[in-house]
Design a protein around this ligand. Structure first.
Ligand code: FES
Length: 269
């Protein structure tokens, strides 16, 4: 696990990329060098009143050479409204704790016979992208499904397209890709991979709880290991406050340090 530390990261940019989604970039070489796919940072909102707690954000992309890290977030509440207003001309640094949590590869160390299916619904595509890159760099075949409410929310599509073996998009309103939910597509791809004689060995999912649950059920039915990344509000981010627990078959676990990536079969859905 990467070493946990407090950083003042240089704030580079904050850009609207589609729907209610923004992309924030900052420079923090030690963090960019050490963070693993699926880990997150706990970010202090500049200009926010003191009662606003730090917010957890998964890292979308990191570049060890330039030290740049990128976070994708949706403007959905007071904290992210303030974040969306941040202007790099007026804010120099952002205070953050990182890298926090486990990674996709901690939960599923890859081997030569692997074939991985990624399912990212909504902003669930963000914590999966570094995992997709990791698999690409390790020459592990990887198919991806991205699901969104409409075309404008598929802002990670082109990045994925460059590195995955195949990409399928679904939209609720049919404005891009296959209309409707991603679940029938997951089932179809699982069956196709089996018929090709190269079944999936791992399914990695992030998105709304119902999507993770249904994909997890499908994975169970087909005997495939499934890992999910959970999202919770987090007060401390370091395992001390118990504000972020998830129910598992072994009792409650802290999403911040026992996760955020879990074996889906461990969880009580
Ligand atoms: Fe405090 Fe997880 S956020 S224990």
């Amino acid at each position: 696990m990467s070493k946990l530390a407090l950083y003042n990261a240089a704030f580079v940019s904050n850009e609207h990329v589609g729907g209610n989604i923004y992309l924030m970039k900052f420079v923090c070489p030690p963090l960019a060098n050490s963070i693993k796919a699926g880990q997150f940072v706990h970010l202090q909102l500049p200009c926010a009143s003191e009662h606003l707690l730090r917010r957890p954000f998964s890292v979308y992309r990191s570049d060890a050479q330039t030290g740049v890290l990128e976070i994708l977030y949706a403007q959905i509440g007071e904290g992210t409204r303030l974040l969306a207003q941040l202007d790099a001309r007026h804010v120099d640094t952002i205070n953050m704790i990182g890298a926090i949590g486990n990674s996709w590869q901690d939960m599923h160390p890859v081997c030569e016979r692997d074939r991985v299916l990624l399912v990212g619904a909504g902003l669930g595509s963000a914590p999966l992208y570094m995992w997709a890159r990791y698999l690409y760099e390790h020459s592990i075949p990887c198919d991806a499904i991205l699901a969104a409410r409409s075309a404008e929310y598929l802002c990670t599509r082109l990045d994925y397209q460059r590195i995955v073996s195949s990409l399928t998009c679904t939209t609720d309103d049919g404005s891009f890709g296959i209309p409707g939910t991603c679940i029938p597509v997951v089932e179809r791809l699982i069956k196709e991979a089996q018929n090709q004689g190269t079944p999936y060995t791992c399914i990695s999912v992030c998105g709304p709880s119902i999507v993770m649950k249904l994909v997890s059920n499908l994975a169970h039915d087909f005997g495939i290991f499934c890992q999910v990344s959970l999202e919770r509000s987090m007060a401390c981010g370091i395992g001390a406050c118990l504000s972020c627990t998830a129910d598992t078959h072994c009792g409650k676990k802290r999403v911040c340090i026992d996760g955020p990536v879990f074996d889906a079969s461990e969880l009580v859905w």
